[in-house]
Design a protein. Sequence first.
Length: 235
Amino acid sequence: MQKNHSEPVWPRNAALAVIAALAAFLVLRQPAEAPRDTDTAVPAASAPAVPATPGTTAAERPMAPPAEVFPARMANGTDGVFTLIGATVTESCTARDSVGPSLAGRIRAGRGCVGEEIALYKDAHGDQFNLALFTMKDPRDTLRLVTWLTTNFGDYEVAAQTPPRGSGLKVLPADSGMVQSFAGVGRVMIVGLAQWSDGRVGDYQDLTDRLQPLLQGAARNVARYETAAPVTPHV
């Protein structure tokens, strides 16, 4: 999958609908309306779950297989599906063409990263949805990073992906509207981005609502890999 630009692009006309997810398992708390031009803090994530695979440490475990976390189709929560356009895996979590400098610096300040997995989905309307999964070596770094992202939601620290040729999706300009949401599951920080098919600015709450089933589906898939037994959410 091609990157949007050599540098991450943060849309100029964007509203952030940030979702704080508990890092033990997915528990989403969504505001009634997508926040716009506000400095209201988002509740921080709870303590992360520790991977339960016997005989290995969190740092030793590889990333979840892309086919497990990025299936070809995922239900959209109503009567349709998200369709996978493309996915890629990298051992770097701080590449300049996909991660902003502030997030990259905070990742480097932790105990390290196993790698990043990126996927682009579309819905039946051609709306574009990005998922970026960062697998950290220490689940406490996931908690720290998700907390920082949710309390600094005026920043876009993960770049949207450019649709590949033949996908039927438009290459959207940098000033397209966008929303983003965050979740943490064990070692894995998940960043979800959504844009309308025409890049229009507005209807952000609707766009946020459309993103949530994909974010939740990815988190459930990650949890199956990251934990050997169900983890009780902490509220």
